[in-house]
Ligand binder design. Sequence first.
Ligand SMILES: NC(=[NH2+])NCCC[C@H](N)C(=O)O
Ligand SMILES: [Mn+2]
Ligand SMILES: [Mn+2]
Length: 330
Amino acid sequence: MRTICRESALQPKLGVETGPAAIRETGIFKALAQLGRDVRDYGDVRPDLIDPDPPLHGMRNWRNIHSYNLKASHRYGIDNVDITLADRVKQVIEDGKLCVTLGGDHSIALGTVYGHVLASKKSVGVIWVDAHADINTPLSSLSGNVHGMSLSFLCEELEDYHPPIPSWEWPDPCLTADRIVFIGLRDVDPLERLAIDKTGVKAYSMHEVEQLGIREVARRAIEDINPNGDRAIHVSFDIDAIDPVVAPCTGTPVPGGLSLREGEYLMEVIHETGALEALDMVEVNPLLGSGEEAEKTAQAAELLILAACGRYRGGNVPLGVTDLPLSRNS
Ligand SMILES: NC(=[NH2+])NCCC[C@H](N)C(=O)O
Ligand SMILES: [Mn+2]
Ligand SMILES: [Mn+2]
């Protein structure tokens, strides 16, 4: 199990770059070690910022976002980026480890999913747990924020809807729509809904969570992206999928979200598949709330990561322990 990343101000609300530190401070490393996981912190991915970075087709911070996510030196003729997120994720997965990436703005999924696809020996399916669909194109986006566009760049079926960027290549669309599933949606832009319908990406919004229950949603979602059980799973978990009462410190909170119980159950079930290779935990922004709220949000993120890494709410026997302490008299 490995952890990574952070990036600088890529969305209008500052502070999301401090999310990884807040999650690290929960004591997650100790908790993972207690689960018997061999944890290595690969540190942060921190590129030198390209400044200024004026919008193109309304897309804000696009050069910076592409440069830290993807192999900038080869692909874009930029040499001030040593290691990119896609490279780092690729390295961790090639090491045969579960790669946990802490965000950060959800645009990091451009690099994490691409790195995962490059490294995995299997075909990769993505479970996108989010209040938002993040499937706007630069031309459909109302905000210009790339964190609301990540999936549209990754999805092959949407390639033709992207405007060309002079002398810059797009991130490789490396997923087909049948390998993407949403859970937790409740704030979807009209053209995002159209993109979902056109591509046929499966979506379990909060409506379906209510209707079917999280148990059936989890079962169906896993089957949708991994029907024969031969694929690797990538979970991209935006903390705003969880209800803001439990996880208030995030840039685009939406009421009526998943309970922490539902989130933990989903992660436990995904762990049980044995197919999870990569997990992103993103959009934790400790600066958007009181200290107490920030701690609550980071703790929710911690519990979700732990569940994905094998923490079972029914209890875990410590690694290597087979008996209770014997009585001194025996
Ligand atoms: N990763 C996120 N928090 N995304 C929110 C996206 C909100 C909105 N749909 C947009 O495109 O701007
Ligand atoms: Mn979101
Ligand atoms: Mn998101």
